[in-house]
Design a protein around this ligand. Structure first.
Ligand code: 5GP
Ligand code: MN
Length: 347
């Protein structure tokens, strides 16, 4: 099978007009905000920022996430108000019939709500649905969109959404903290390709709210446990495979290895970027084995589109330079597959 290098991708955006968005909002009394399975800081930050913005309209707002977010986000304002579907399915089932508007954030398809039943519950309710997202190729079944796959983060889009609806005056310190957190994490502290002059202008405006940006960086990045740092050391010194001839590197961690370091969710975050930090590496991967599947994380430099590779081979998707997916074949077969893909890439 000839390998296809995806160069034909066209960026996409779709912004519903202010009138459509406001009419959906005006009709709603009870709003539900949802984001993806294994929520990251952009998912949590954008959900909470929108939560506060809509609360200011005197509406009932609930944030539901499919499963737990990383502990290092516990400091975020109102994070304790988030309902986790995995822990509170009954509560979510009670809220749904009373919901008359749904926002899906940082998540281009209801399938990314996970395999626990939330996807089906949401698909079957008739409340209108609005997508705010920056992932490529969103599903089309929404009533309104605020979508731009060139945006650095969903948090950036929440800011722009607020601006679009003339809500900028409603931004306060808490909202600024939430948005800033997603900006920082989804741009690797403002260093990815996705950073635009507008991203920087938004960050600058958020700093006007006297948010403690160094503290946010520390909260998010300097919270390693001793075990986590040892796991990172082990992964880099013992498990990093480098293929200079293919400009590729990967790390694969079995469940046994993860258990040895008392693995907790989030402990392998960033490892895939470390593999990419080798000078000539153009594509890196991290494979982590769980009970049911192998999680795949992909990163690339420049024009190499790992979103397409994730879609074609790893049941996933994401962005040009950062994507993910999952496989239900054994870990060693996943790594073999990756090796065969990079051989064909001609990097
Ligand atoms: P990470 O490697 O950090 O888990 O994910 C990188 C990017 O790819 C994130 O923006 C994430 O939203 C996206 N991503 C991760 N896993 C999946 C997946 O299974 N499906 C899709 N469509 N996107 C994913
Ligand atoms: Mn994001």
């Amino acid at each position: 099978m000839p390998f296809f290098v995806f160069k034909s991708y066209h960026p996409m955006n779709k912004f519903s007009d202010k009138k459509t968005l406001l009419s959906l909002l005006n009709k709603a009394k009870s709003v539900l905000i949802l984001s993806h399975h294994n929520p990251d800081a952009d998912a949590v930050g954008s959900s909470l920022a929108l939560y506060f913005l809509i609360k200011k309209l005197k509406k009932k707002v609930t944030v539901v996430l499919p499963n737990a977010f990383p502990e290092f986000l516990n400091w975020m304002p109102a994070s304790d108000k988030i309902i986790l579907f995995e822990n509170d399915k009954e509560k979510v089932k009670q809220i749904l019939p009373k919901t008359d508007l749904i926002f899906l954030l940082d998540c281009n398809s209801f399938r990314r709500l996970g395999t626990d039943g939330l996807n089906e519950l949401i698909t079957n309710i008739s409340a209108p649905k609005i997508l705010i997202d920056h992932h490529r190729m969103p599903e089309r079944y929404f009533n309104a969109f605020y979508f731009d796959d060139k945006a650095s983060s969903t948090c950036e889009l929440i800011y722009k959404f607020a601006k679009h609806l003339n809500w900028l005056n409603n931004i306060d310190k808490k909202i600024a903290q939430c948005i800033y957190t997603g900006l920082v994490t989804d741009t690797g502290s403002f260093k990815y390709d996705s950073v635009s002059p507008e991203t920087m202008r938004i960050a600058a405006h958020l700093l006007e709210y006297n948010i403690h940006h160094t503290q946010i960086q520390q909260n998010v990045f300097d919270t390693y446990s001793y075990d986590r740092l040892k796991l990172v050391g082990y992964a880099l010194s013992e498990k990093l495979r480098y293929f200079p001839e293919f400009k590729a590197a990967y790390i694969a961690l079995s469940q046994k290895e993860l258990k040895k370091f008392n693995y907790k969710k989030g402990d392998t975050e960033g490892l895939v970027n470390s593999a990419l930090s080798i000078k000539d590496v153009q594509i890196s991967a991290l494979f982590t084995e769980t009970d049911k599947l192998v999680r795949v994380s992909l990163r690339s430099k420049g024009s190499l589109d790992v979103n397409e590779i994730a879609r074609q081979y790893f049941n996933g998707g994401g962005h040009k330079n950062a994507a993910g997916g999952q496989m239900t074949i054994p870990l060693d077969e996943v790594t073999k597959l990756f090796e065969s893909i990079v051989q064909k890439l001609n990097l």
